[in-house]
Ligand binder design. Structure first.
Ligand SMILES: Nc1nc2c(c(=O)[nH]1)N[C@H]1C(S)=C(S)[C@@H](COP(=O)(O)OP(=O)(O)OC[C@H]3O[C@@H](n4cnc5c(N)ncnc54)[C@H](O)[C@@H]3O)O[C@H]1N2
Ligand code: MOO
Length: 355
């Protein structure tokens, strides 16, 4: 948006502003009775309320004047919108329509903002580079949650807004073009989408002689069951093994024979001589994508594929920490991603959980 100085000065003298070729005329609130509001008006009372006090299109009445003064309004805008410009509400809505993809719904503009929400429980699919490209254009704001986050039905994924009250239509058309290009280059996938999670049945092998012998009660089973169930999957069978490599290999092969969608082996993932699990997973024939992840907690996690079946070695932290490398990789596997080394390597940035 350009704002020619001379035009601006002249406009200011007459109490008007020129934005592109639209005209914003300022009216004193006392003189505004009977006029229609040009945008939503926000009230903020810290700790109590933040939201829309008046909606765009509201006709000002005599009683509104003191409420308007309470939120600091001495003047209101009357807009004469040029055909080449867009009001903030329409701009935000058009951006949302352009960006929203599979399983994403958008609502009405609210204080110039449109929210994009998930229609399902699933995994957010949001391209960070696309978000940066849109925001580099200036005057538009696209704010999103992080890619690959688990979302519940109704969770907000993104919100769109333009910064000025009025923007050139061309600005929004640029965002629409970027979104269309993105869809073309990504097999029709939109820049903001949600992927459903498949329902998988897992075999869980719990290792540890202290658990196998009954010295201590198993805590892994309930924790892993809860994590899978919260994502719509299940532990179909849990078995137990002592810290003996031969037995662990045999039980892993048993799970493979049962046709489970995923194999989980808990415990024995660290540096003690009794930690047999990584060696046993390799000896069972798995292709190891990574033993170790640059995430804390969850650094001792192993991920691989055994004849195409995802297999995890789960370190002790999965039992008691709510957010570990398992909680990052599990939803991705459920969304159908094939995990490669690059996925593991990039988990370190942001992978320190401060909970
Ligand atoms: N010197 C080092 N110490 C540790 C390292 C390391 O690299 N160097 N890594 C740490 C990390 S990270 C983890 S995670 C933990 C332990 O990982 P493990 O998978 O080897 O866990 P275990 O040794 O099998 O058991 C640890 C602890 O948890 C109890 N446990 C195990 N399974 C169960 C179960 N099913 N139910 C209840 N309790 C269970 C076990 O009895 C031990 O007390 O190592 C860090 N240390
Ligand atoms: O695998 Mo450990 O934290 O990183 O529990």
């Amino acid at each position: 948006m350009t704002f020619p100085d001379r035009e601006a000065e002249t406009a200011a003298e007459h109490g008007t502003s020129v934005i592109s070729s639209s005209v914003l005329r300022e009216v004193k609130v006392e003189d505004a009775v009977g006029l229609v509001l040009a945008h939503d008006l926000t009230q903020i009372v810290p700790g109590t309320f933040k939201g829309r006090l008046f909606r765009k299109g509201h006709r000002i009445s005599e009683q509104d004047i003191s409420k308007l003064k309470d939120i600091g309004k001495e003047h209101l805008y009357v807009i004469d919108l040029a055909p080449s410009d867009l009001h903030e509400d329409d701009a935000a809505l058009r951006m949302a329509v352009a960006l929203a993809g599979e399983h994403v719904a958008y609502g009405d503009p609210h204080e110039g903002k449109v929210s994009l929400k998930s229609e399902i429980n699933g995994l957010a699919a949001i391209d960070p580079d696309f978000v940066h490209t849109v925001n580099a254009a200036g005057e538009v704001a696209l704010a999103t949650i992080l890619n690959h986050q688990v979302v519940r039905q109704g969770d907000t994924l993104a919100a769109t807004r333009v910064i000025p009250l009025i923007v050139p239509e061309a600005k929004v058309a640029d965002v629409e073009r970027l979104a269309a290009k993105y869809r073309n280059e990504h097999g029709g996938r939109a820049p903001v989408a949600v992927r459903p999670l498949r329902r998988m049945r897992a075999g869980l092998l719990t290792t540890g002689t202290e658990v196998f012998s009954g010295r201590i009660a198993d805590k892994f089973g309930p924790a892993v069951r809860a994590k899978l169930e919260s994502l719509g999957s299940e532990v179909a069978e849990q078995r137990f093994a002592p810290d003996d490599r031969h037995t662990i290999v045999k039980e892993i092969r048993y799970f493979l024979g049962q046709g489970y969608d995923m194999i989980l082996v808990s415990g024995g993932m660290s540096v003690d001589p009794d930690d047999r699990t990584p060696g046993a997973i390799a000896a069972a024939g798995a292709d190891i994508v990574s033993y170790g992840t640059p995430m804390l907690p969850g650094s001792m996690l192993l991920f691989g594929y055994l004849e195409g079946v995802p297999i995890f070695g789960l370190p002790g932290c999965v039992m008691h920490d709510p957010y570990t490398s398992f909680d990052v990789l599990l939803p991705r596997v459920l969304a159908g991603d094939v995990i490669v080394r690059e996925d593991i390597i990039t988990m370190g940035y942001g992978g320190l959980y401060r909970g």
